[in-house]
Design a protein around this ligand. Structure first.
Ligand SMILES: N[C@@H](CCSC[C@H]1O[C@@H](n2cnc3c(=O)[nH]cnc32)[C@H](O)[C@@H]1O)C(=O)O
Ligand SMILES: [Zn+2]
Length: 432
């Protein structure tokens, strides 16, 4: 079997300890074979991690990757107005080629900032799957389904497209693509569509991922119409469960938190998006205390405005403290855990841990930088001080996707140029 040693550096263990060790991976199976003392492992190839910290690749568990095209296009507005006035009108003009270009840009950014897997709910997902296949990343993909603003027929078409994509693309890209079913949110999809389609997804074992409890505007109408909290409504419709995960979960009361824990539903925390759209602050410490699996996501680049998970980790720690007025809430170690193991567990990927048997998805952080000096505590650094640009190597499924900050599977200049061109033409079409 062909092997690669990632050697000469320090390694973050699943217990959040740092030790000096080498990592051996099977590049064909894409699996970690061993983590041993320096010099014990002898792979066919060698990736130099000296002066660096080998970490599990970060898992961006909720995003809309091609929204990189709208970076900086619509800022400083709340969710409803932002979606309805700025984002949806431009998305109506999106073409498959636009999504391809925007996804390439987002994937390049993720590889460059140490992210090795992501979950994406968007349009033209066949294009996204192709870019995942060509770039070497791992992804959980689904076609977003919405019913507001659509007639019955169009809405059914959207849902049928979502199901067809999930069926057809599961296992695509050498198995690096897995698929999910994505009703957009509890308020933008009519109840009858949940009643019709969730049983089908469940029957076929397709994971379900929706936006939920992001703003108070999404809570009130459900309480008014159904006389129950949104997650009780979701549970009655079969939306919650072991292989379900919800994005945001900002406005969740104690009973809803218990419901998430009892059903095994994971929550993807998106702190930057929640701050930028002024949606609120998710009770992350309380969710963790309740035993809920919490993952981390950037959401789209139009509400963030980047896909750098190190930024997101810092935001998660900061807002976690502010939300509780408790500086000990959401500590550094918990943040690293949710960005790696928590996100991977939410998506059902055997990633997020550097240990034998796990997916060979990892990144090497270059520690030789003024802002990472001194090195009292590297877990603290990962949360509070490391920037995405400190990542020097990225490996996914045993393949080196970036070496010495050079992308190996993508032409960065061509990718950024194409994305700018597509973004500019798209906004022009929408304004016309
Ligand atoms: N097939 C659907 C597509 C939905 S994709 C997912 C949608 O989520 C939108 N989105 C991005 N960020 C957020 C968020 O924070 N909350 C809710 N929706 C968002 C995004 O702009 C996109 O329209 C349709 O016909 O409209
Ligand atoms: Zn979203």
């Amino acid at each position: 079997m062909p092997t690669l040693t990632i050697g000469g550096g320090q390694v973050l263990t699943p217990e959040m300890a740092v030790e000096t060790a080498d990592v051996l991976v099977d590049t064909e199976a894409g699996e970690i074979l061993a983590v041993e003392e320096p010099g014990e492992l002898d792979g066919d190839e060698y990736l130099d991690a000296s002066g660096g910290l080998v970490i599990p690749g970060l898992v961006n568990a909720h995003t809309h990757v091609a929204m990189t095209l709208f970076r900086g296009h619509a800022d400083d507005k709340a969710l409803d107005a932002w979606l309805q006035e700025d984002i949806w009108p431009v998305e109506a003009e999106l073409t498959a080629e636009d999504v391809r270009a925007g996804t390439r840009l987002g994937i390049a950014e993720m590889i460059r900032t140490g992210t090795t897997a992501f979950a994406d709910m968007y349009f033209f997902m066949e294009e996204v799957a192709d870019v995942v296949a060509e770039s070497g990343l791992r992804a959980m993909l689904g076609s977003g389904c919405i019913t507001v603003g659509k007639d019955e027929g169009e809405a059914h078409e959207d849902f049928e497209r979502g199901l067809a994509f999930a069926r057809e693309y599961d296992g695509y890209g050498d198995g690096r693509v897995q698929t999910m079913f994505n009703p957009h949110s509890l308020t933008t999809v009519g109840e009858s569509f949940y009643e019709e389609y969730i049983p089908i997804a469940r029957e076929e074992g397709i994971p379900v991922h929706v936006h939920a409890n992001e703003t108070t505007n999404e809570v009130e109408p459900i309480v008014e119409d159904h006389d129950k909290r949104p997650l009780a409504y979701a549970d009655d419709l079969g939306v919650l469960g072991e292989d379900s995960f919800i994005a945001h979960g900002v406005h969740v009361d104690d009973r809803e938190q218990a419901l998430l824990a009892d059903t095994g539903t994971a929550v993807i925390h998106c702190p930057a998006s929640n701050m930028k759209l002024a949606s609120g602050m998710a009770p992350v410490q309380s969710l963790l205390d309740a035993g809920v699996t919490v993952g981390l996501g950037t959401d789209g680049a139009a509400s963030n405005n980047d896909l750098d998970m190190f930024d997101e980790m810092r935001d998660a720690a900061m807002v976690g403290k502010l939300a509780t007025m408790d500086a000990s809430a959401v500590p550094a170690e918990a943040v690293v855990e949710i960005a790696t193991q928590g996100s991977a567990d939410a998506l059902g990927f055997e990633s997020g841990r550097i240990e034998a048997g796990a997916n060979a998805d990892l990144a090497v952080v270059d520690l030789e930088a003024e802002h990472l000096t001194p090195a009292h505590d590297l877990v603290s650094h990962l949360t509070y001080a490391v920037k995405g640009s400190d990542v020097c190597h990225t490996v996914c499924d045993g393949q080196v996707l970036m070496e010495d900050r050079e992308l190996q599977t993508m032409d960065l200049d061509a990718v950024t140029q194409a994305a700018s061109d597509h973004a500019e033409a798209l906004i022009e079409r929408a304004d016309a």
